[in-house]
Design a protein around this ligand. Structure first.
Ligand code: SF4
Length: 159
């Protein structure tokens, strides 16, 4: 997609079909292509073609939730933020480090408890851990390097 258009202004010269072809086979590619155009239009009209670097401003954009907003400020701007996806939410609760019901609650709990130098890297670390060891069902606890520190909250079956 960025080979076709690497600015919001250039993106607006593309048709939805061109963007769909560029991002296929990502899920919901038709909806996402239209969202790319809608956001590009807002960025050009309200932000002089620049992506905002504040979470609250990013949340106003269509299709942008807290996970994406945190990802943009941390990866795009190297500003503090905690990107909480399903892995970060599940694993930090299994540890007993937080006790929360939703990723949004987990983000707020981690902001209150996790020292800021670790905010950005916790996402990369726990996504990798969730994909390889601490699976949603039947985590591989016998292979886990931090098993001794984990309360295994909610784990009913493990390997
Ligand atoms: S001990 Fe088991 S539940 Fe705890 S983090 Fe490791 S794999 Fe996950």
């Amino acid at each position: 997609m960025f080979a076709l258009a690497d600015t919001p202004e250039k993106m607006l010269t593309l048709t939805p079909a061109q963007i769909e072809r560029a991002i296929y086979p990502v899920g919901f590619y038709k909806t996402k292509a239209q969202t790319v155009l809608d956001i590009s239009r807002v960025l050009v009209e309200k932000y002089d073609g620049r992506v905002p670097d504040e979470i609250d401003e990013l949340l106003i954009l269509k299709g942008v939730g807290r996970k994406t907003a945190n990802l943009v400020v941390t990866q795009g701007f190297q500003k503090p933020g905690i990107c909480v996806d399903t892995h970060v939410h599940r694993i930090s609760n299994r540890w007993g480090y937080v006790r929360t019901k939703t990723p949004e609650e987990t983000e707020m709990a981690l902001r209150a408890k996790l020292p800021q130098p670790y905010w950005i890297e916790i996402n990369d670390l726990l996504v990798a851990m969730g994909q390889t060891i601490c699976h949603p069902t039947s985590p591989k606890c016998s292979l886990c390097p931090i098993e001794q520190y984990c309360a295994k909250i909610g784990v009913v079956r493990s390997r």
